[in-house]
Write a protein that binds this ligand. Sequence first.
Ligand code: NAD
Length: 478
Amino acid sequence: IPVDNFDLVIFGGTGDLARRKILPGLFRRYCAGQIPEDAQIIGAARSDEGDEGFRKLVGDAVREFGGGRHCEDGTLENFLERVKYVRVDAMGDDGWEELQGRLRLGVVKAFYFSVGPSLFGALAERLRSFGLADDDSRVVVEKPFGHDLETARALNATLAQHFKEEQIYRIDHYLGKETVQNLMAVRFGNMLFEPLWNSQYVDHIQITVAETVDVGGRGGYYDKSGAMRDMVQNHLMQLLCLIAMEPPARFEPDAVRDEKLKVIRALDPVDYHHIARGQYAADDDQPGYRVHVGDPRSKTESFVALKCHISNWRWAGTPFYLRTGKKLRGRGSEIAVVFKDAPHSIFGDEAGRHNNILAIRLQPDEGMTLGVTIKEPGPGGMRLIDVPLDMSFAEALGAEAEDVPDAYERLIMDVIRGNQTLFMRGDEVEAAWAWTDPIIEGWNRRGEVPKPYDAGSSGPEDALMLMHRDGRKWREIK
Ligand code: NAD
């Protein structure tokens, strides 16, 4: 079903994010028939591309970063006809009148800020002063949304001078992942799980986002941020909210976001004994983190693991363990709900015991696995084994993995539809910073240096100890 007709302006349209995600994503939606034939996609950035130069850039980006299987010959050429370019300086007055002249009346107008946050204020102001945006227009802002509570508040205040909250779409692409939404469907669409979804039956929950890559070309940016700001404050926090929140009355933006906010506000401050912080070390073949970021004394973490508690009726007593890092053994994002042991084994200790684990995989191969205990087949008496009930998303839908829409595709279409459910509200972002800031301030105050860990390992020893002390263990990073 096509969305309403729209003009989408991508500020930073020639940048890395636009080339890798936004533009190929729009093309795939075009192939899927969701983008109206006369929609306009307008790149706006500082360089002098012209319409033709930008079309070439978009064509190359689509070819390099994926067009999807169902795009027929000639579709790319048709798509490129919807693509335009205007040279605009966010900090100056150049290009704004031309851009204004290209926009149409009576269509949805969306402005994607795919530029650094230091430009958000200047863009918002000019969108209004040059008359491009009105009270129905939408602005999409990328992470990082602030560096701490103070800067996030300032950013919210700046945007609020020009736009209402209903017009602001703060992207956390994790919320656009198919499995993340499926998590809500599983929780609130089935009778099976929700009655067990509390501290009486759940022993603990693990959320892991593991990467094998190093900081790559982003060293300078990353070193000012670290894993806590870059991953935990936003992505892991959003996953925590969705897994822990109360059922909203309706699947509507504010109903969902109110419940997520309550989770963040119910989080206890984290005891610093319950945090493991690491930095990947050099090995024989490869330089370590400090060489990658060009600072031999850097104290920034490329890994963090922590235990936290949500103080409310549902979760009091059930710890949540979060873990994320770079240069780890495997790449994968997963939420695992680890249920308690059955209260008594009628089969005796020798039969073995396994607790149920519901593992929700976000990447790679989005899907879910429920570990169920059964009898080991054969005549050898009653021995219990754990077998997975496995649901790969792509397989279940009879689709190829590449047909499952990418997070950006879905989120951009939601912007056009005017649905904010999968976007962060300003107060949520501030509450997340209010929880994260004291952790980072504590590290700085104590002059803490992250522990080195081997590239290709599962992180520093402290992270293993965090679980071990509680008689638990991390799920393996494959
Ligand atoms: P980039 O440096 O590759 O691109 C920046 C873009 O902004 C370019 O198109 C450039 O021409 C434009 N630009 C810079 N100054 C301008 C000005 N004064 N006026 C007009 N245009 C100007 O950056 P990126 O990696 O594409 O990231 C863009 C934003 O998205 C950043 O906020 C970044 O943190 C965020 N982000 C990026 C990624 C990613 O994977 N690249 C992921 C998540 C979030």
